[in-house]
Design a protein around this ligand. Sequence first.
Ligand code: SAM
Length: 351
Amino acid sequence: MVGSRTLASFRLPPLPTIGEILKLYNLRAEKQLSQNFLLDLRLTDKIIRQAGNLRNATVCEVGPGPGGLTRSILNAGAADVLVVEKDSRFIPGLQLLSEAVPGRVRIVHGDILTYRMDRGFPGLVRKQWEDEPPDLHIIGNLPFSVSTPLIIKWLEQMDSRTGPFAFGRTRLTLTFQKEVAERLTASTGSRQRSRLSVMAQYLSTVKNCFTIPGRAFVPKPDVDVGVVHFTPLPQPQIRQPFKLVEKLVRNVFQFRRKYCHRGLEMLFPVAQRLELTEELLRRADVDPTLRPVELSIGHFRALADAYASLCGECDGMAGYEFREELRQTRQSRRQRGREPRAGEPVQEEKC
Ligand code: SAM
């Protein structure tokens, strides 16, 4: 029984070092895949400690590569470790590790962007959303080109309670480029406050755990790396559909140095832009001269509620995208042989 194991029995038997694994299987980092490895097990242990207590836990590690983090996850006592790795060159090394700890490592050769995480774990792991988080963790040191789109996808799945969140409030411990880690955790008023800060913080508690200098990786990337921990909130701080919140936040931050009313105006067709923006701000009781970085989650909640009520009163408003309209207008004018002049207003229908 996994539950009755002592911590000593979780320890890995003697294995080649990660450096030796790289040599043994001739694993050179692929620059175009942004592969940077962690060889120092004290550092991988430190990352794993950020996830919390992993004793007997179920873990999904994304992008295990040569398996440094995987070893730390196993040493911390995880009972069931599912690793998802895209690059087939790493599979033999991971198999060697799996054989050293029979029954504790499952290997999936696949792409985490398409892998069906909801099918990866037994139903026993599942907890009710309002309960304590399940004993299921997602951990990964992924290329930055993957970790940012992935966190956006996971935030959406957090909202819909699908994917890894079909098992409850699954916790995530992930690495990002240091600047992205700072944006994810930036508080109201800070210079790094952005779209990502609001989207992550309305759905989860986000902690920027520590920064790893680029020199700790082999080969060394051009940037430093931040370790970020996410715990989904029992209730999101904004109770409107994810897509609506995303659209609102995206529009506000597109003019990040201007007053917030400037970005909010773009939510509405030209013909009613000023009138409806005024009404939105009035209903939300938000000062139009606040800058986007000064808006708290509470302000965004009020704006999202007010925008949803306006959308409910006006057919087609929810689907309105000013960029899409601009594109269509340009296209139809081109077809009629007339390009719009710069700054020329686009005529739209009233609702
Ligand atoms: N975790 C290892 C470590 O810390 O040393 C490797 C880190 S390396 C930055 C990223 C790893 O993610 C590589 O092994 C790479 O092949 C893998 N990877 C990249 N994109 C992936 C994807 N879409 N799905 C699964 N694995 C991916």
